[in-house]
Design a protein around this ligand. Sequence first.
Ligand code: SF4
Ligand code: ZN
Length: 304
Amino acid sequence: MARLKCKFCGKPAIERLKQYRLSLCENCFVSFYERQVERTLKRYKVVRKGERVLACVSGGKDSSAMLAALKKLSKNLDFSVEALHIDLGIKKDDYSKKSLEVAEKVCRMLDVELSIVDVSEYGVSIESFGRKKCAACGTVKRYVMNRFARENGFDCVSTGHSSDDIVAFFFRNWLSGNFDWSTKFLPRTEGFDKVVTRIRPLYFLSERENALYCVCSKIPFLSDSCPYSPDDEWKEIVYEIERRKPGFRRQFVTNLVKYLKENSEEKRGEFKYCKLCGEVTTSDVCAFCRLREKSGKRKKRDVP
Ligand code: SF4
Ligand code: ZN
């Protein structure tokens, strides 16, 4: 089979990107990827001039790619970026230890300031949460990111959600009749009260593109999955549709944003403040504090 050549410079290509009908070499792929992120940031006004962005890095490919691309674009687009790693304290397979090591390495390499929050400081242990570890872990991560960002004066929290995540999330929720997610899952979700704005710069990029960007830019990432990571059937379905219909995922998220922007009103129901920690919630005690009580440990950090 004839060796594929890069569409832009003619050097040997490393990947055929079927959805764009493009073959690219390492260098041209890096520039292409960064242009895609830049386009998302500009077109959807994801980051505003002068904002301080807190990028949450787990050490995995998506968040490492997100941090590297944000750092690269920050100068021209006039925003600043720092990183937060949440140490989940997962001892199995040394997962949290390895994740932290990679996050530190990435930040050192990119010259990005890194803060580390250990969830045990909040009296929580992910491994104590029986079979519902992932649901609990999601609640803990959202709480810690938001509180850390607000208490440290950041304008927005950035996460490495990919188009695979968005499409799988859509299917999962839509088919279980949960339509309450819509305004929350855009490239930028404005904050309110004590809730900090959330941004998703990789909304239009796939997990494969994120991994390829890390490889081509020599950004380290942890390839081990979390030992508690469940089989995600919806992701498998998304991969299969994409395999059969290249470009499906990208087209899906592009039209999803269009639809959500035109059709969903910003519905913000009543909210209260958690009796125990003071954070925004819809019930008397927030989901995080309920988990912390279940975790059965004394809290070390508290809101006065
Ligand atoms: Fe947390 Fe691991 Fe579940 Fe991810 S897979 S949500 S890191 S417990
Ligand atoms: Zn609370």
